[in-house]
Design a protein around this ligand. Structure first.
Ligand SMILES: [Fe+2]
Length: 559
């Protein structure tokens, strides 16, 4: 840092120190006006939630002298030398928010790229790059889309790969940015061997604010994730594991009474999420409302939904629909599943979405959300098989299909085996079928071109989204996990078996046209006025930082 320049800047600002250029109030002045003691920039820099005139800048600044608070300066400029910053300021960092610093920089020009950095009198952060959204006519736009990064399961090479793609404009994160499980829990078996253990003091399941904060601090040590945050603005929403597995409005599968009050846990989880992500919660940091929209000129309207916290009713469980004689009561189950009042988004969010869609004139409508929307209706005998028997059951059904295709007549029983289907995952939109229809109708009634993006499953998928008459009204593209194990892990398949299953599933599931069940990676979506090109990129390795990236599948949408 050039000390002369620093004094000039600080005297320009006098004693007025703001944490943000609009959102938060004034911070009190540091004791020595021209001298800001060193901080440690422990986790790089990040930016997010760009609008045409604003963007969130983020860093973590821990006072080097172990104080409870300190100050950093920030600058944003159009050139990397910062000779004439567009905006600058001073922000306070305190233990109260885990020394995370977020600035909502306002009054920036639209559609521009920027450099930004934080510094004290003694040291400075790395320089980040970000941008504001363009308005009006936009020729092209590229998203990189992620979900399900699990630190103990592997290195975040998928983030690294996207950081190195200079054409990516914005990163969308669809949740499971962290996982709440303890050491020894889900997907931690290789952690020690690959150097991805949790920090000391963070080995338990996450329950308290301290637990959640330390988990973010662990995940953000990953070089790929740090680089992606440094280079690209994020637009993020949570899924369940930012709180606990299979979260719904008032509880979670992975929350039990002996773990304390669910809402206290949820509040802690959300606080840590807001602290660590470069996000602008629409109702402020104290409010769990996260759903919001982004307008990319005339090209794309992006709606980021919350399918977890605000309005989700508890997941149905088929085991609850056993009759006294032990038989599955399919009729009662289907009635519950198609109950028109059953909600996933909640009424307020649904009405908000309806209003937004009505007003949007963008060429493409994109629903950014967590869970699969396609009808993943598997033959019932696959779902009722033990894990080890699933691959065999699928082979058996494929045999029947082949027989049928060869012109043989199937028996009634064989036809029933193929035709009797049940939704596979009641935590996904399949468990909230009536509301899925209503959401799709919002777009199809307004004759808008809709693309739905999803995460959550750890595998790549392409689904037709169909209405009740079977007509395709939208497409769904689902991104593979960054590092969480996929269906190959769940079913214990080797690569050849997983590939074979991926070829088989689209034959057995009506609306499914592509899947990859065994590789980790991410998705990109490139928009022009005439076409949307979606690509699935997979990394060759997550056991260390050496990898190659392969683009294995491309979908073109021209509706
Ligand atoms: Fe996940």
């Amino acid at each position: 840092m050039d000390r002369r320049r620093f004094i000039k800047l600080s005297s320009l600002l006098g004693g007025t120190l703001t944490l943000s250029t609009q959102l938060t109030g004034c911070a009190s002045a540091p004791q020595t006006k021209d001298y800001f003691p060193a901080v440690e920039f422990t986790h790089g820099v990040a930016s997010g939630d760009p609008t045409p005139s604003a963007v969130i800048l983020w860093t973590r600044a821990v006072p080097a002298d172990n104080d409870d608070s300190g100050y950093v300066r920030w600058q944003i400029a159009t050139s990397p030398d910062f000779n004439s910053p567009l905006r600058d300021g001073v922000a306070k960092t305190t233990r109260n928010n885990d020394f995370t610093v977020k600035i909502d920089v306002q009054d920036l020009p639209a559609g521009r790229s920027f450099y930004y950095r934080f510094f004290t009198s003694e040291n400075r952060s790395v320089t980040g790059t970000t941008s504001t959204l363009a308005t009006g006519v936009i020729d092209k736009l590229k998203f990189a889309i992620f979900s399900c990064a699990n630190y103990p399961a592997g290195y975040f090479n998928a983030y690294q790969a996207a950081a190195e793609d200079s054409e990516v404009d914005v990163v969308l994160h669809l949740g499971d940015y962290i996982y709440e499980y303890p050491k020894g829990g889900y997907a931690t078996a290789n952690a020690e061997a690959i150097g991805r253990d949790f920090m000391p003091g963070n080995e338990g399941e996450l329950l308290t604010l301290k637990d959640y904060r330390l988990r973010y601090a662990t995940y953000r040590q990953d070089n790929g994730l740090q680089l992606l945050h440094q280079r690209k603005p994020f637009i993020a929403i949570w899924d369940d594991h930012e709180i606990a597995n299979d979260t719904y409005m008032s509880g979670a599968q992975n929350h039990s009474a002996d773990e304390g009050d669910f809402f206290a846990r949820r509040t802690a989880a959300i606080q840590a999420y807001y602290e660590w992500l470069p996000i602008r919660p629409p109702m402020g940091d104290g409010n769990p409302q996260i759903y919001r929209s982004f307008e990319f000129g005339n090209l794309v309207n992006l709606y980021m939904l919350d399918t977890r916290v605000i309005g989700r009713e508890k997941q149905l469980n088929m085991a609850d629909y056993k009759r006294a004689d032990g038989q599955f009561d399919g009729k009662a189950f289907m009635q519950a599943l198609h109950n028109p009042d059953r909600t996933l988004l909640g009424r307020a969010q649904f009405n908000w979405l309806a209003d937004e869609v009505k007003q949007s004139s963008a060429r493409w409508q994109v629903l950014g959300q967590q869970i699969l929307m396609g009808k993943m209706h598997y033959p019932a005998e696959v779902l009722t098989s033990e894990r080890e028997a699933v691959a065999g059951a699928i082979e058996g059904l494929l045999g029947l299909l082949k027989k049928q295709q060869a012109g043989a007549t199937l028996s009634e029983e064989e036809l029933a085996r193929l035709a009797t289907k049940l939704p596979y995952n009641l935590d996904a939109w399949d468990g909230y079928a009536a509301e899925r229809d209503k959401v799709l109708s919002l777009f199809s009634d307004a004759q808008k071109s809709l693309l739905v993006i999803a995460g959550d499953t750890h595998n790549g998928w392409v689904n037709k989204l169909t209405d009740n008459s079977g007509e395709t009204v939208a497409m769904e593209y689902a991104t593979p996990s960054v590092s969480s194990p996929g269906m190959e892990g769940y079913l214990g398949l080797n690569t050849a078996q997983a590939k074979r299953l991926a070829d088989a599933l689209p034959l057995l599931i009506d609306d499914l046209s592509y899947c990859n069940l065994h590789e980790r990676g991410y998705m990109t979506m490139s928009f022009t006025l005439s076409m949307v090109t979606t690509q699935w990129h997979y990394v060759s390795n997550i056991s260390n930082e050496n990898y190659t990236v392969f683009t294995r599948h491309t979908e073109r949408f021209v509706n």
